[in-house]
Write a protein that binds this ligand. Structure first.
Ligand code: S3P
Length: 179
């Protein structure tokens, strides 16, 4: 029988350009909850933006800051959280996200990711000659990790944001959560 339970925090995961921030904001508004973007949180804590952190401290240190941010934010209850695309690379993050909230995977194919990230100068990993190749490689590595912890998976890029958010809500309800 379907177990009815109170909706916990929602963690949005998925690659760069999947729409985590856009859908997260809409979800938070719909649910009347606080929205937190992990990258923004890191920038506020550090007092510097993501490209600066990557350039001056290196990716490894960014990942340490990201782990701390995930640990902090996961202590809050009933929030909607957009994570960065690389959050699943650390087993500790995957464990925290899986245990402390409902994980929603926005799965976007590489064409969608390319379109949505084309103009962005804010993503250090894509400031290369061949961003498509980077996105393909990252997707091959990360897609199984996103799937490993996803409670809900939604294909991104087919629907307008509002409809996509409502699809997430429908799936949340179908899993027996109330809010
Ligand atoms: C990253 C994704 C970015 C940001 C950083 C690294 C990644 O977040 O955390 O540039 O490793 O995929 P978005 O997924 O919000 O773009």
């Amino acid at each position: 029988m379907l177990q009815v339970q109170q909706l916990p925090s929602i963690f949005l995961i998925g690659p760069m350009g999947a729409g985590k921030t856009t859908i997260g904001r809409l979800l938070a508004k719909h649910l009347n909850r606080q929205f937190i973007d992990v990258d923004n949180y890191i920038e506020e804590q550090t007092g510097a933006d993501i490209p600066w952190i990557f350039e001056k401290e290196g990716e490894e240190n960014f990942r340490k800051r990201e782990m701390k941010a995930v640990a902090d934010i996961s202590q809050l209850s009933s929030v909607v959280v957009a994570t960065g695309g690389g959050v699943v690379m650390r087993a500790e993050n995957r464990k925290i996200l899986a245990e402390r909230g409902l994980v929603v995977y926005l799965n976007a194919d590489v064409d969608v990711q390319m379109k949505r990230t084309a103009k962005s100068k804010h993503r250090p990993l894509l400031q290369t000659e061949n961003p498509r190749q980077v996105l393909e490689e990252l997707y091959n590595i990360r897609n199984p990790l996103y799937k490993e912890i996803a409670d809900i998976e939604i294909v991104s890029g087919r629907l307008y944001p509002k409809k996509m958010m409502l699809e997430v809500i429908a799936q949340i309800k179908a899993q027996g959560y109330f809010f």
